[in-house]
Design a protein around this ligand. Sequence first.
Ligand code: ZN
Length: 147
Amino acid sequence: MDIKKSRQQKIKRLVWVHIEHGDDLLKAISGYCIENKIKAGIVSVIGALQKARFGYYNQKEKKYYENSLNEPVEIVTCWGNISIKDGKPFAHAHISVADNKGNVFGGHLNEGCIVFAAECVIFELKGDSLKREFDETTGLFLWDFSE
Ligand code: ZN
């Protein structure tokens, strides 16, 4: 299988981001990127949440469903990217969390993940970012490589 679409960008800088106790994780990341005009990047978070919300995309129905854990959990990993959607920086990340028995759950990072403590780093990229456009096949807003 040939890869037909790809793009290279250099890393501009690494930003260490403190997210406050009680903040909504996704809103905090998105808000930081919008405020600081970070239009392209990679985001990584570890830490703990007071409660977690994450999505599962039903590919047949082309619709997101939400799962939640209303208990303190560890952020095992949270990894995502920053690109442009509707003309502004947009964070898309996935998260896996562990409960008090070590069971791991996860999915698409939704709003509603309330931070207990979080260590977030953003690798900001140089140059223009990819924009997201609606993709008929998947029903998702995917990267547009045409520009
Ligand atoms: Zn996702």
